[in-house]
Design a protein around this ligand. Structure first.
Ligand code: CMP
Length: 522
């Protein structure tokens, strides 16, 4: 009922209570209160932390009841209560909109798995509020829509004042709609800024929480204009970020003595939050401050727990090094003071000689040598270690070293056409490089290290001396050399007939023996 409808001079004017009751109970207030109670009951069932606030809804309903009460007071006192009734209508509409919005967007939609971006919810609610304002304006007798559309000055002033805010708002809308940045992403805004996890994308700003328990409020326009790095995101791959941890080891340790055990330890069993794909890597970076410089590279799956995970990885590295008889070294200025005394030099060369003798003992071919001959040979060879994948000889190259393998495996390969064909495998106790040394021809094949390979190298002069000491060695070498040559030729397709091979073998061997004897002038 409208106040204007009540004749001023009515005989039976209602009292305050009747009027109030008529507006309250016969109006929409009971429905509004019922909706409010149902909404509050539903909100209470949500887990704490996800409950939307209901204070505004309650205040709006109370304001509605209050303005209706005021209107009733004024009306029964004989004054015009229209303005209060308009206010009551406005509060009623706002209360209804806020209740409906909470029920729809915060209670119902999440339950059916529909999660609208916050900004979209605000836009929808905003549109409904404008419609409500127009309705209220109409009731009050002026056109809100007309005011908005015709007032160019108002529009210009508002536009000017809201320039930055509008930029941020458009940024916020764009960010939410194109999903370039999502809640939960870890982002960094460039050098000198602290990265953090996105917790909120609002109209004006985006909030990121850092590991230092701080929240950074970034205006959306900044995110739109500047470069933003989304950490750990790669299309088609899980979220994980690369971490590099440097460590230092005594420079005298061979790189494979460090990288091998550490790689094995990092891959032996899973470390929490460390990705298995890509697997952790151990890289040799050279030397720094007089130490061997290494880097563990791994991929972290939980960006929040970075340093504790680094620590766990370092602990693994520490124990791996200890098992390998090594330890972390600290980069420091170290003065290596070595006394050049005779005893120390003798000790060192004795240890090296023992190692060489051990190596000689492993080579079958040299089994015929006596102690003195071995000793002599040991003095003329030197260590030549190779890393996995290295070519120890290259097919076609000129070089005349003979290598004795002490540890590790190697593959003998030759190029047939464009491809490399593996002809044989060599391991500890075997040797290679004898062909070039004896025949003086370029290397017949490439010998490639399949693992780390420890060898001792013997040069031509020392081999010559060896053959002079033990001419019978030439037979064994010629035998082996012929076998090897035959298999090379077979792979190259030069010989396929069995009998031709036998003949070739006989002539080849005597030919080679002759060449060897000639070569060493025996
Ligand atoms: P050289 O030709 O000096 O360099 C390559 C070496 O590979 C060669 O000496 C042999 O020692 C070795 N080699 C070649 N063919 C074979 C084979 N079939 N089996 C084993 N070793 C081989």
């Amino acid at each position: 009922m409208r106040v204007a409808d009540v004749p001023a001079a009515a005989v039976d004017e209602p009292g305050f209570a009747e009027q109030w009751w008529a507006w309250i109970a016969e109006g929409r207030v009971p429905w509004l209160i019922a909706a409010l109670i149902v909404m509050i009951a539903l909100v209470q069932r949500l887990p704490e932390g996800r409950r939307p606030k209901v204070r505004l809804h309650v205040i709006l309903v109370l304001l509605h009841v209050f303005t209706v009460t005021l209107a009733a007071v004024y009306d029964t006192a004989g004054y015009d209560a229209e303005v209060y009734l308009v206010a009551a209508l406005a509060f009623e509409l706002f209360a209804a909109i806020s209740i409906a919005s909470t029920v729809a967007f915060r209670l119902v939609m999440p339950r059916i798995g529909l999660q609208l971006p916050r900004i979209l919810i605000d836009i929808l609610t905003g549109v409904v509020v404008i419609v409500a304002l127009i309705a209220v304006g109409k009731r009050a007798g002026f056109s809100v829509a007309g005011l908005i559309t015709t007032s160019a000055v108002l529009t210009a002033v508002l536009g000017f004042a809201l320039q930055d805010t509008l930029g941020n708002m458009m940024g916020g809308i764009a960010l939410q709609l194109d999903r370039s940045i999502n809640i939960g992403d870890w982002i960094s805004l460039g050098p000198g800024t602290v990265p953090g996890r996105v917790t909120e994308i609002r109209w004006r700003y985006t909030a990121i929480e850092t590991q230092g328990w701080t929240t950074v409020i970034v205006p959306n326009s900044m995110l739109m204009k500047g470069q933003v790095t989304v950490l750990g995101r790669r299309s088609g791959a899980p979220v994980q970020i690369r971490r590099d941890l440097d460590f230092y080891v005594d420079f005298r340790a061979a790189p494979n003595e460090v990288t091998g055990p550490v790689t094995a330890a990092l891959g032996s069993s899973a470390i929490p939050r460390v990705a298995t794909e890509p697997a952790p890597q151990v890289l040799f970076f050279g030397t720094k401050d007089g130490l061997g410089w290494y880097r563990v590279r791994y991929w972290l799956q939980d960006l929040e727990i970075d340093e504790p995970t680094d620590a766990e990885v370092r602990v693994r590295v520490y124990y791996a090094l200890r098992r390998a008889g090594l330890s972390f070294s600290i980069p420091a200025q170290t003065v290596l003071h070595t006394a050049r005394d005779e005893a120390r030099a003798a000790r060192k060369s004795e240890a090296e000689l023992t190692r060489r003798l051990e190596a000689i003992g492993k080579v079958d071919l040299l089994g015929v040598l006596g102690t003195e001959e071995r000793q002599k040979l040991a003095e003329s060879i030197h260590a030549a270690p190779f890393d996995r994948g290295e070519a120890m000889t290259r097919e076609g190259e000129r070089d005349d070293g003979l290598y004795m393998i002490v540890a590790g495996d190697a593959a003998v390969k030759i190029g047939v056409g464009d491809a490399a064909r593996e002809v044989a495998r060599l391991g500890p106790g075997q040797f290679f490089g004898e062909m070039s040394l004896i025949t003086g021809e370029p290397r017949s094949a490439s010998v490639v290290a399949l693992t780390h390979v420890d060898t001792y190298r013997l040069d031509k002069a020392s081999f010559e001396e060896l053959v002079r000491m033990r001419p019978e060695i030439t037979d064994a070498v010629a035998e082996l050399l012929t076998e090897r040559k035959m298999s090379l030729d077979a792979v190259r397709g030069a010989l396929d007939d069995e009998t031709a091979r036998a003949q070739q073998r006989a002539s080849s061997k005597s030919d080679l023996l002759g060449r060897i004897r000639g070569f060493f002038k025996l």
